[in-house]
Design a protein around this ligand. Structure first.
Ligand code: SF4
Length: 437
């Protein structure tokens, strides 16, 4: 979501003459787009600001101005505190108000005013942003839903991103068509809780599965993905769509967080391990080659050795193609942060290592199983060092080709000849679909 938001901020600033630079010395504007998910997120921002501020001072001495903006979920959570602790910051803007950036920058131009804009505004951010999409990548993110009403007890998202909001179907389709026209072959539908999508459509409400059917019907679309999903919102219709929509890729990120029912209850996850496993089974029934990834937290308050064993058992049963695993860390203001039974750091570390050992084996085995097989790959980029092509498999694996003759945006049939934990190596066999011009 932050990658998407950063792209949108760039698109917003382009008509005002801004282009991207990788060099702080060249910048007139630095936007730190922050994420609050990881531990000590705020402290990391202040330390990054400490590195940026000298550039501002240097430019100021030369009579030039560098504006510093802090955006994203840390901006939303910290608000005025950011300007209090770092007075060189010019604007603090939340995830729901960043579409106002050009206007806010205009307001502060030639003044020493500082602005904090972390409202949940009445105007629709997407109405302001829609006209500006400008992609140069065959894979495009399309935000269809924001916010979350689930209130998992470890998570800050409902507080920083606000209540669930689904964009109307009409707007999404217009944007999807535009992205395809600009060369997108793959569209990834985004939302904090994307499968809770319920967008307005001709006076009715469309769920995510129906929206996927609508997008799959658009001419030129080759691949559809969606993330991030909550298991409790995996409806029968959505599961069925995985068996019926060819463009819907056989890969699903479905965070389980824990394999223990007591811990899941304490996390307020609204499903138990049996229900989770049943969803996995149903998805495998309709799409046998589907691969799963997950987020897993170890050391949530109250997690015992036995509960952790239950998580390992679930991981063994699902057999993930990849997964993100973390030690639980307290987020101020969340129910989990004040729960009894906090687990010591040593135990969390021990459990994380044990879990990651299994996940690494699963990931290696998943990738190795493709050696000697053919698959379709969407070419996404060239390696900086040697210009060779890198693409993505239907199962989200990075695929390296030892050749450079195709274009970004091509879809190729390839033969896989090597694999490691993080990627596959393959040789092209056939061009299946050309890049859009
Ligand atoms: S569903 Fe996801 S975004 Fe929503 S509260 Fe739970 S972890 Fe956070």
């Amino acid at each position: 979501m932050n990658v998407y938001d950063s792209e949108r901020m760039y698109e917003l600033m382009q008509p005002h003459g801004y282009i991207v630079t990788n060099n702080y010395d060249d910048a007139d504007l630095i936007i730190l787009n922050t994420c609050h998910i990881r531990e000590k997120a705020a402290e990391k921002i202040y330390s990054e600001l400490g590195r940026i501020v000298p550039y501002k001072i240097n430019l100021y001495k030369k009579g030039k101005k560098l504006n510093i903006v802090v955006a994203g979920c840390v901006a939303q959570a910290e608000g005025k505190e950011i300007i209090k602790r770092q007075p060189m910051v010019d604007i603090v803007v939340g995830p729901q108000t960043y579409h106002r950036l050009p206007e806010l920058l205009n307001t502060i131009s030639n003044t020493s005013e500082r602005i904090v804009d972390t409202d949940f505004p009445i105007e629709n951010k997407f109405d302001e942003l829609q006209k500006l999409r400008n992609i140069n990548n065959p894979v495009a993110f399309l935000s269809i839903q924001e916010g979350c009403d689930k209130f998992c007890s470890f998570c800050v998202v409902p507080y920083t991103r606000g209540a669930e909001y689904s964009r109307p179907v009409k707007d999404i389709i217009i944007e999807a068509k535009d992205l395809i026209k600009q060369g997108a072959k793959e569209i990834c539908l985004l939302g904090q809780n994307v499968n809770a999508y319920h967008g307005e459509y001709n006076n009715t409400v469309l769920s995510l599965d129906k929206l996927i059917f609508e997008i799959a019907n658009l001419e030129g679309i080759q691949r559809i993905r969606y993330m991030t999903s909550h298991p409790a919102d995996m409806t029968e219709g959505l599961i069925k769509a995985h068996g019926e929509v060819e463009a819907l890729m056989p890969y699903l990120h479905l965070p389980v967080q824990s394999g223990d029912d007591q811990v899941l209850k304490a996390m307020n996850r609204k499903y138990n391990s049996t229900e989770y496993l049943s969803i996995i089974e149903k998805l495998r029934d309709v799409r046998p080659d589907i691969a799963f990834s997950s987020d897993i937290i170890v050391g949530f308050p109250g997690e015992t050795d036995r509960s952790f064993e239950n998580t390992l058992n679930l991981v063994e049963q699902v057999n993930y193609s990849q997964a993100y695993s973390f030690k639980y860390s307290r987020r101020p203001g969340t129910p989990g942060s004040i729960m009894q039974g906090q687990v010591s750091e040593d135990i969390k570390t021990e459990r994380l290592l044990a879990l990651q050992e299994i996940l690494d084996i699963q990931q290696c085995e998943f990738n190795s199983a493709f050696i000697g097989k053919s698959m379709e790959v969407l070419i996404e980029r060239r390696r900086r060092k040697d210009n060779l092509l890198v693409g993505k498999s239907p199962y989200m694996q990075a695929v390296h080709l030892l050749e450079d003759k195709y274009d970004i945006g091509n879809i190729l049939r390839v033969n896989v000849f090597a694999a490691d934990k993080n990627s596959l190596k393959a040789k092209s066999v056939q061009l299946l679909s050309k890049a859009a011009n």
